[in-house]
Design a protein around this ligand. Structure first.
Ligand SMILES: O=P(O)(O)O[C@H]1O[C@H](CO)[C@@H](O)[C@H]1O
Ligand code: HPA
Length: 341
């Protein structure tokens, strides 16, 4: 500092040099405090809303760790469905707890890691475990992976879940392609897009009438035929209930009256954020229980371990099914998709 600096500044400078560690600590703490106040009070983190720069940080971290895989297709594995990732070639696996700002997977059957690699030469990212509203996460957190997929350059999303059957015709082990959904949480004001719109992802009022791509569903029928799965394949409407409890008999009856075919506690928030970002979606539910629609039913009560067992029994055919779907998607460009119902 020059001679003309004020005595006060000179003293301060000396003090700083003498107490470098203390200064570092105060600066870091100040930085932390600023971020904390910024995120919590201004960006509303009391509701768990991610800022755009946090999402960019996550995406940048993943780009550095992706082993030069630039994924075209993202896959979200539902409960027990993580074995889908076994078909990924040259996998690079990253645990969620290594990734900045990533929540933890707390549910049995959700591994809590993601994999970069290829499936039949198509570059993919596969999430072995998702985040649920009932775990206490905001819908911004639940749907965060969809925005990360967009930032990583993905154009397609294959989203999967374990679900309860509502449609009386559905049996355990059936596959329901999601044709449409009913966002029950949205009716009560819970929507992943609630809050200031992030224009860098999409419009304030995104349409949702073409959520699940028609062409991909048509191709799935062809693939199911080839794999001998046609008898098990359905197309239907999925509903997201908050959970974590399974439905009462009256609730299942009401869902049936509403035209719902399968019920789960996930998927829709991720789909809404993905559509907001322009991703093209193929979704399916693996039916893990048959809906209990009358009080005298002697069907077994729903249980998460039975859910995981039902999924396990279908592990191998589902891997083949997803593999061939990815192969088909590999031949497509986003503009040849996005078709109507
Ligand atoms: O939807 P995924 O994550 O597949 O899991 C389903 O299975 C769990 C209940 O058994 C719930 O988490 C429900 O949503
Ligand atoms: O019956 C169910 N209800 C809600 N979520 C589920 N996930 C698997 N089965 C169910």
């Amino acid at each position: 500092m020059g001679d003309d600096a004020s005595p006060l500044l000179t003293d301060l400078s000396k003090l700083c040099q003498r107490h470098k560690f203390f200064v570092c600590f105060v600066t870091s703490f100040h930085h932390y405090l600023n971020n904390f106040i910024f995120i919590n009070l201004i960006m509303g983190d009391s509701e768990g809303v991610y800022t755009y720069w946090q999402l960019e940080d996550i995406a940048d971290f993943l780009k550095q760790r992706s082993n030069n895989i630039f994924p075209k297709v993202a896959i979200i594995c539902g409960s027990g469905l993580s074995s889908i990732a076994n078909v990924v070639e040259n996998p690079t696996e990253i645990n969620y707890d290594e990734i900045p700002y990533f929540p933890k997977s707390t549910v049995e059957g959700q591994i809590g890691s993601l994999v970069f690699g290829t499936i039949l030469e198509v570059p993919v990212i596969v999430l072995k475990g998702r985040f649920h509203f009932y775990e206490g996460y905001s819908l911004s957190k639940v749907s965060m992976p969809s925005r990360i997929f967009k930032l990583l350059g993905c154009s397609f999303l294959i989203i999967t879940n374990a679900a309860g059957g509502v449609n009386k015709k559905y049996r355990i082990g059936d596959i329901m392609m999601i044709k449409d959904h009913i966002n029950f949480l949205g009716f009560s004001g819970n929507n992943p897009l609630r809050g200031p719109n992030e224009d860098r992802f999409g419009d304030r009022f995104p349409p949702m009438n073409k959520c699940y791509d028609k062409d991909l569903r048509k191709q799935a029928v062809r693939i199911a035929k080839k794999l001998g799965l046609l008898r098990k394949l359905h197309q239907g409407v999925y509903v997201h209930v908050a959970g974590p409890n399974y439905q009462t008999v009256a609730e299942t009856k009401m869902l049936a009256i509403c035209g719902i075919d399968a019920v789960g506690m996930s998927t829709i928030a991720e789909v809404i954020a993905a559509r907001h970002s322009g991703l093209i979606i193929f979704g399916f539910s693996l039916i893990c229980e048959e809906g209990i629609l009358d009080y005298s039913s002697n069907k077994k009560e729903p249980d998460h371990y039975d859910v995981l067992e039902a999924v396990k029994a279908m592990e191998q055919p589902l891997q083949e099914f997803v593999k061939l779907m990815v192969k088909y998607i590999g031949t497509k460009t986003p503009c040849t998709c996005g078709s109507a119902h």
